[in-house]
Design a protein around this ligand. Structure first.
Ligand code: UD1
Length: 421
């Protein structure tokens, strides 16, 4: 199993090319099942989660060619309509296949995701919405088996909790359903808008994405298109928090105006981190100087709030600030697996329910630590950059799910980092 060794650094300096968004690429790849012709999707990051999704598409008969961030997909009539436990266990986003298969082929068998490292993460919202559209489900041998008589029927669905994945599954299912579907209390994440833009380019009729009411008029068929995936705002935010943790001056390249504005807004309370747009928002300059006084209170929230996917990295970046900060996790239970590892490096962190209280310390120290999930892994890398001495992060396969060329990108900013097994 691969490990990463990283040395502490005082000032990050350099340029980082931000990759295409993982959380946008995954539903877009899943939605390729809805489309009849060949499509070309660019700016797809080379990550293990993406490779899983491609494996799923191939197991369903699609011909996929993925090279140099470009994915060419030629859909085919699936040989079978089953996604095995092996694939869903490794990546929960496999569940995004359910909506497309049911609406296009009238049948799907998908292994239930089960528990995972960041809480129980149920799928009830996906299932009840598809049931309302006319699908029938049974659970057998750990699989959820769904079937539809004729076509799914458009209807009004009010999500009782905001869910990114459920919103995406419903949008995809609705594009080929009979009539209009209205999703109320929909998630507003930019990745949902990216998926919707891809589907609209493929001939779908979708309105209101980016707001909490989305309307989709079902079509008989969707055609192929060429599309470029948006940049990864979580990857961009992670590198910004590297600068927050150890100071420096970096330029993020290949971002967009929306990401610049979003990061500027969510990082505003971190009043020593300065973000400024360049080249009409295609680049974002990130700066921080000196050790800092900071008493921050931040809670995670759905978009446009502070993303839960940056919570672990935020905590790491604040462990050496002067003062007391409070970070509250509102989206997932049990998303604090990184906290005990950060403590092992000398961080002073206390947990009170869904809050972490950070009492800044003068220094933290390199140690051998264990990555437990994707974002926990990047928080340990940030801590490693801030620590004196060397840090060894174990189980970096978690990191490879969401960060393309992380070592190379950090090396370009002066970091001493290496991978070994
Ligand atoms: C997506 C992102 C993930 C991010 C999360 C929240 C992808 C591939 N993953 O995950 O990185 O952390 O959004 O921004 O895009 N819930 C239910 N019932 C359901 C579905 C969800 O109760 O049927 C709950 C979840 O347990 C959680 C909350 O709703 O508490 C939000 O989850 P959701 O937005 O669905 O997350 P994902 O789509 O799985």
């Amino acid at each position: 199993m691969d490990k990463i060794e990283v040395e502490g650094i005082k000032n990050l300096k350099g340029n980082i090319q931000i990759s295409g968004s993982k959380n946008s690429s995954l539903p877009i790849l899943a939605s390729s099942l809805l489309i009849d012709d060949e499509m070309v999707i660019s700016n797809i990051p080379n990550l293990s989660d993406i490779k899983f999704m491609i494996k799923i598409l191939e197991s369903l008969g699609s011909k996929v060619n993925f090279k140099n961030s470009i994915c060419k997909i030629k859909p085919n009539q699936p040989r079978n309509l089953k996604i095995s436990y092996e694939l869903v266990r490794k990546m929960r986003a496999s569940f995004l296949i359910l909506g497309p298969l049911l609406t296009k082929y009238g049948y799907a068998e998908v292994s239930l995701p089960g528990g995972c490292a960041i809480g129980t993460r149920p799928v009830d919202l996906h299932i009840s919405a598809l049931e309302k559209m006319g699908a029938e489900f049974i659970i057998e041998d750990g699989y959820i088996k769904g079937k539809v008589k004729g076509r799914l029927k458009g209807c009004e669905i009010t999500l009782k909790k905001i869910s990114v994945g459920a919103t995406e599954n419903i949008i995809m299912a609705a594009t080929l359903a009979d009539g209009e579907t209205i999703i109320k209390n929909a998630a507003r994440e930019p990745e949902i808008s990216d998926l919707s833009n891809f589907l609209v380019d493929s001939g779908a009729e979708i309105d209101g994405y980016g707001t909490n009411v989305i309307k989709i008029k079902g079509k008989k068929r969707l055609r192929g298109c060429e599309f470029s995936v948006m940049p990864d705002r979580i990857e961009a935010g992670t590198y910004a928090l590297c600068v927050m943790g150890c100071s420096g001056n970096i330029i993020l390249e290949n971002v967009n105006d929306l990401i610049c504005n979003h990061l500027k807004k969510i990082f505003k309370p971190l009043n020593v981190l300065f973000l400024s747009k360049k080249d009409n928002g295609k680049k974002l300059v990130i700066k921080r100087t000196n050790r800092f006084q900071n008493n921050v209170t931040i809670s995670t929230k759905e978009f446009p709030g502070f993303p839960t996917d940056l919570q672990a990295q935020l905590i790491a970046s604040l462990v050496k600030s002067e003062g007391k900060s409070v970070i509250k996790e509102n989206i997932f239970e049990n998303r604090f697996m990184h906290v005990s590892e950060l403590r092992r490096m000398g961080a002073n962190l206390k947990q009170k329910g869904s809050k972490i209280i950070i009492d800044g310390v003068k220094d933290i120290y390199g140690a051998e630590v264990m990555a437990t999930d994707l974002r926990a892994s990047s928080s340990l890398i940030i801590a490693g950059l801030m620590a004196s001495g060397k840090t060894i992060v174990n189980r970096v396969y978690h990191l490879d799910r969401g960060y393309e060329n992380l070592e190379e990108k950090l090396r370009n900013c002066g970091v001493k980092i290496r991978r070994f097994s």
